[in-house]
Ligand binder design. Structure first.
Ligand code: SF4
Length: 271
């Protein structure tokens, strides 16, 4: 995928493409949440466990039996999404939970996302945005006051390696993170722990050095690589470059927790 890939798909109507709505989510922000997965991502990470979220359009994939095809993704209105969200208001209230927008990359559908966030605000719902941060600053400016918590993916600092493993430059991702931090936003960094790629001593020390210049951000979730999305690559007829990679050991994760904590971070596995 080219580094020049477009940041986002501009839609002028309050409809967008989603590929899932997950109820009772416990790892996508505080409390019990509903997570809405918006389709489309400008990145193409080697370890992506939601590859069906990358293409911005609904697409046909092979089903488990490899005999028929099913369609992943559907166009929905803001009202349709809110109707699903509103079914669980009682759980959000009781758990201090709310709604998380994930993907794919939600910022790729900025108008739809903006309208969803406004609808959540009207219901006084807590909002979390799970983002890779690869978007124009104009797009982030549009939505930033309507997001309570940013779950901000940060994978690596070296731009050449970032382009190799994700398809895009890290420069706008770092720039947007710095600006959000300067504005005092509530941000939790999320680091996918991919052995030999993101967990190298070089990358970890570059991450710590770079983030030490941030004013506010001092929390990090480590997201260990796992293979649960692998069957989707077969269904999508897509190459899986990390087929033989193992998840990181508990020992390595504990080392990383110690490293981040000793550098002033609140660090946890998962989030
Ligand atoms: S940013 Fe997330 S959704 Fe997009 S390709 Fe990477 S892992 Fe997949």
């Amino acid at each position: 995928m080219e580094a020049s890939r477009k940041f986002e798909v501009m839609k002028t109507k309050s409809k967008g493409v989603i590929f899932d709505i997950k109820k009772y989510a416990l790892h996508d922000g505080p409390g019990i949440r509903t997570t809405v997965f918006l389709k489309g991502c400008p990145l193409n990470c080697w370890w992506c466990h939601n590859p069906e979220g990358q293409n911005p359009e609904p697409e046909r994939i092979w089903n488990n039996q490899n005999t028929q095809r099913e369609i992943i993704g559907r166009e929905v209105s803001v009202d349709e999404v809110m109707a699903e969200i509103e079914k669980d208001l009682i759980f959000y209230d009781e758990s201090n939970g709310g709604v998380t927008f994930s993907g794919g990359e939600p910022l790729m559908q900025p108008v739809f996302l903006d309208h969803l966030l406004i609808a959540c605000q009207e219901q006084d719902l807590s909002t979390t945005l799970d983002t890779c941060g690869y978007a124009s600053w104009e797009t982030i400016e549009r939505i930033k006051e309507k997001v309570d918590i940013f779950l901000y993916d940060l994978k690596m600092i070296d731009d050449t390696k970032h382009k190799k493993y994700t398809g895009v430059s890290v420069v706008p991702i770092l720039s947007n993170l710095k600006k959000l931090d300067l504005e005092g936003k509530n941000i939790i960094i999320r680091l996918p722990v991919i052995s030999g790629i993101t967990d190298t001593e070089e990358n970890i020390s570059q991450l710590i050095k770079w983030t030490s210049h941030l004013q506010i951000v001092k929390e990090i979730n480590l997201l260990p690589f796992h293979k649960s999305g692998f069957s989707k690559y077969i269904k999508l007829n897509r190459e899986n470059k990390l087929l033989d990679l193992d998840p990181p050991s508990q020992e390595r994760l504990d080392q990383l927790l110690d490293t981040f904590r000793s550098n002033g971070f609140t660090a946890t596995i998962g989030g």
